[in-house]
Design a protein around this ligand. Structure first.
Ligand SMILES: NC(=O)c1ccc[n+]([C@@H]2O[C@H](COP(=O)([O-])OP(=O)(O)OC[C@H]3O[C@@H](n4cnc5c(N)ncnc54)[C@H](OP(=O)(O)O)[C@@H]3O)[C@@H](O)[C@H]2O)c1
Length: 326
C-alpha cells in the first residue's frame, strides 16, 4: 500500500505520522516548491518529492491524500480521479454539494475510493457514544460545541491575512470548525428535519463564529463553533435518564456518561490527535484493500458518503442564508 500526500502543512505532518501508525507507506509528497517538499520529505523519510501535478496524477500510487486550502480541493481531486487515482481529501471534501456529487460520480464510475478525511467518523469514541445513548433514555436535547482560538489569530490581529481567514480560499470558521459539529450531529442523530443558523463575520470578511439549530422533531441540537475563542464547555447530549458529555466533537474523545446509577468516563480525553487520525488512516487502508464492488456495498463507506452529502448540503444552506461570499 503506497500513497502520496499533497500539501506540507501541520495536518499533512500529522497524517503521515498517523499513516505510520496504520502501516501505510507514504511514498511521495507533492509541493509547489522543491525546497518545501524536500524539507517535508526529510522530516518523514519520504523517498520522492514531486512538484509537477501531472506527474503526480500519472504516478503509481494507491491513493493521494489532499491537504490544501479548500478552494483547491475540487480541481485537484478532479484531476487525480480523472487520472484513475483514488483520493482521500481533507475536510470539507469539496466546497459545495454539487461539486461533491460530480466527483463522487467520477470515482464510482471508475471504481475508485473517494472520501473525506473526517477523523471523528473513525474515532472509537463515536461507537462509544452511539452505544451509550440508549442508557440516557429518550433524547431531550444536545449542545455540540467546537470553540478553538486559532493559532493564526494574532497574525490576523496584526494585519496579515492567513489562509485560514481568507475567504478567497473558501476558508473561515464554518468550513474549518463548523463542519465537525455538523458531521457530529449527522453521525449521532441523522439528518435533521430543518436547520436554522446565524453567523458572525470579522472585518476582514471571514466568518469567525456561527451557530445552527437542527430540528429533530422530538428535540433540537444546538451547534456552535468559534475560531476566535477557546471554551471550557464540553458538548452534551441530554436524555430523560441522564447525560453524555464529550470534550471534543472533532475527535470524539473525553466521553463521560452520567445516569442516576452511574457516573463514569467511557473514553479518555487523553488520546493524541495523531492517535485518532491513525484510525482514519486504517479506514482508508481497509477501503483501498477492498475490490470496488465490495467497497460500494460497505456500510461504513456508504454511511460516510451519505453524511458527506448531507453535510455539504447543510453547509451550502448556511452559507446561502448568511450572506457568505462563496
Ligand atoms: N483534520 C484536521 O484536523 C485539519 C486541521 C487543519 C486543516 N485541515 C484541513 O486541511 C486543509 C489544509 O489546511 P491548512 O490550514 O493546512 O492549509 P494551509 O496551511 O494554508 O495550506 C496547506 C498546504 O497547501 C499548499 N498551499 C497553500 N496555499 C496554496 C495556494 N495558494 N495554492 C496551492 N497550494 C497551496 C501548501 O503546500 P506547498 O506550499 O507545499 O505547496 C500548504 O502546505 C484544509 O482543507 C483544512 O480544512 C484539517
Amino acid at each position: 500500500m503506497g500513497i502520496a500526500v499533497v500539501g506540507t502543512s501541520n495536518i499533512a505532518d500529522e497524517f503521515v505520522l498517523a499513516c505510520r501508525g496504520a502501516g501505510v507507506d507514504v511514498r511521495a509528497v507533492y509541493s509547489r516548491k522543491k525546497e518545501t517538499g524536500r524539507s517535508f520529505a526529510e522530516r518523514h523519510d519520504i523517498p520522492l518529492v514531486v512538484t509537477d501535478f501531472d506527474a503526480l496524477c500519472s504516478g503509481d500510487f494507491d491513493c493521494i491524500y489532499v491537504a490544501t486550502p479548500n478552494l483547491f480541493h475540487f480541481d485537484q481531486s478532479k484531476r487525480l480521479l480523472e487520472s484513475g487515482v483514488s483520493v482521500f481529501c481533507e475536510k470539507p471534501i469539496t466546497v459545495t454539494a454539487e461539486q461533491y456529487l460530480q466527483l463522487r460520480g467520477i470515482a464510482d464510475g471508475k471504481g475508485l475510493f473517494y472520501d473525506c478525511a473526517m477523523m471523528s467518523a473513525h474515532s472509537p469514541g463515536l461507537d462509544v457514544i452511539r452505544r451509550s445513548i440508549p442508557r440516557i433514555g429518550k433524547i431531550t436535547g444536545a449542545h455540540l460545541i467546537f470553540f478553538q482560538r486559532s493559532s493564526r489569530l494574532d497574525r490576523l490581529y496584526s494585519g496579515e491575512l492567513p489562509n485560514i481567514f481568507n475567504m478567497e480560499l473558501q476558508a473561515g470558521a464554518l468550513m474549518d470548525l463548523g463542519v465537525y459539529n455538523i458531521y457530529a450531529a449527522l453521525e449521532l442523530f441523522g439528518k435533521p428535519l430543518s436547520a436554522d443558523s446565524k453567523t458572525s463575520f470579522h472585518s476582514c470578511g471571514c466568518d469567525y463564529s456561527g451557530s445552527a439549530i437542527f430540528d429533530y422533531g422530538d428535540f433540537h441540537a444546538v451547534l456552535s463553533w468559534n475560531k476566535f475563542a477557546d471554551s471550557p464547555a464540553p458538548s452534551v447530549i441530554t436524555g430523560e435518564n441522564g447525560w453524555i458529555s464529550i470534550s471534543s466533537v472533532s475527535q470524539f474523545r473525553g466521553i463521560r456518561l452520567h445516569t442516576k446509577d452511574s457516573d463514569c468516563e467511557l473514553y479518555s480525553d487523553d488520546v493524541s490527535k495523531v492517535g485518532i487520525m491513525a484510525y482514519e488512516a486504517s479506514y482508508m487502508k481497509s477501503m483501498l484493500m477492498l475490490a470496488s464492488e465490495e467497497r460500494l456495498k460497505n456500510a461504513v463507506y456508504s454511511e460516510m458518503k451519505d453524511c458527506t452529502l448531507s453535510a455539504a448540503e447543510i453547509m451550502d444552506g448556511i452559507r446561502k442564508s448568511n450572506g457568505f461570499p462563496f
